[in-house]
Structure formats: structure tokens, C-alpha cells
Design a protein around this ligand. Structure first.
Ligand SMILES: O=c1ccn([C@H]2C[C@H](O)[C@@H](COP(=O)(O)OP(=O)(O)OP(=O)(O)O)O2)c(=O)[nH]1
Ligand SMILES: [Mg+2]
Length: 148
């Protein structure tokens, strides 16, 4: 599959997203910054990537996810928890960067900050009914099958 990609800032041309290994699900996204930025504990900053994609096919979307190492060790995750990139979005990919940790974090220009995963999407039609066909679970939820 191919997805159109625009390089919105020439500095990103040498950092085009690529799969790090043959089995990678995600592509690292880098921070487009003029200089290092320090994000205080609790602070959220919208960080540019300098890239835009147009997925075009409504059967796909992309998710922006945290990088595990930054998230676990430094507390750098996403202010929206997960970013959803619609197939018709043509604007710049932006990373809502939340320092949920206890220490200030200095983000360096072009540092790998988050990752992008392309996923299949279905857009079902909704058929309004009065009753559902019976299922084993029925309406049980929120621990109804036990907690361990
Ligand atoms: O982390 C993110 C999340 C979203 N987007 C872009 C792509 C997405 O297609 C668009 C809209 O995102 P979403 O629908 O989640 O936000 P919204 O608050 O509902 O905005 P809108 O009214 O534009 O749909 O913003 C990003 O660049 N980064
Ligand atoms: Mg929306």
C-alpha cells in the first residue's frame, strides 16, 4: 500500500518515516523544533512533525501512540492518550506531548517522540433494532465475569 506524504519543512527530508525493522508496526515520528524545549511536569505541548499524510482510503486510519521507553521511563506520553488520524486529514501530523512524570523533560530537535501506526478501519451501517439476538454475555459488563 502507498500513502501520499508531504514534507512541510525541508529539515524533515532527511528524516522520512521508515520502519526500523521488517516486523515493525510503528514508524517513529520526530519532533520538528528549532531548539530544545523543556516540558515541565504536568505540561502539555503541541509538537510539530513537519509531515503531512493523506491516507485517502476510508478503509484505513493512523494512530499516534507513545514510544514505550519515553512513556515508561520519562513519563512522556500523549495529551490525548492516542491520536487518531482520519483518512481525509491533510494537515500536519501534530503530537500532543504530555509530561505526566515528576521531572522536567528536555525534548531535542528531531528526537523520536511518538510513533505512527496505520490500521484498517470499518465504517459499519447501524441498523436500529428494539431487541438484540441473545448472547452468552447479555448486558453483563464491568467485572461481571469476575475480577481474577
Ligand atoms: O494526535 C493527533 C490527533 C489528531 N490529529 C489530526 C488528525 C485528525 O484527523 C484531526 C482531527 O482529530 P480528531 O478528530 O481526533 O480531533 P477533534 O477534536 O474531533 O477535531 P475535528 O473537529 O477536526 O475532528 O487532527 C493530529 O495531527 N494529531
Ligand atoms: Mg473529530
Amino acid at each position: 500500500m502507498q500513502i501520499d506524504l508531504k514534507v512541510l519543512d525541508a529539515r524533515m527530508a532527511e528524516y522520512l518515516p521508515r520502519y526500523a525493522t521488517p516486523g515493525s508496526a510503528g514508524l517513529d515520528l520526530r519532533a520538528l523544533l528549532d531548539e530544545p524545549v523543556t516540558i515541565a511536569p504536568g505540561e502539555t505541548r503541541l509538537v510539530r512533525t513537519g509531515l503531512a499524510i493523506h491516507i485517502a482510503n476510508p478503509g484505513f486510519a493512523a494512530l499516534i501512540l507513545p514510544r514505550s521507553g519515553l512513556g515508561h521511563k520519562k513519563g512522556i506520553v500523549l495529551g490525548n492518550l492516542v491520536g487518531l488520524i482520519d483518512s481525509d486529514y491533510q494537515g500536519e501530523l501534530m503530537i500532543s506531548t504530555w509530561n505526566r512524570g515528576a521531572e522536567p523533560f528536555t525534548l531535542e530537535p528531531f528526537e523520536r517522540l511518538a510513533q505512527l501506526m496505520v490500521v484498517p478501519v470499518v465504517q459499519p451501517e447501524f441498523r436500529v433494532v428494539d431487541e438484540f439476538d441473545a448472547s452468552e454475555r447479555g448486558e453483563g459488563g464491568f467485572g461481571s465475569t469476575g475480577t481474577r
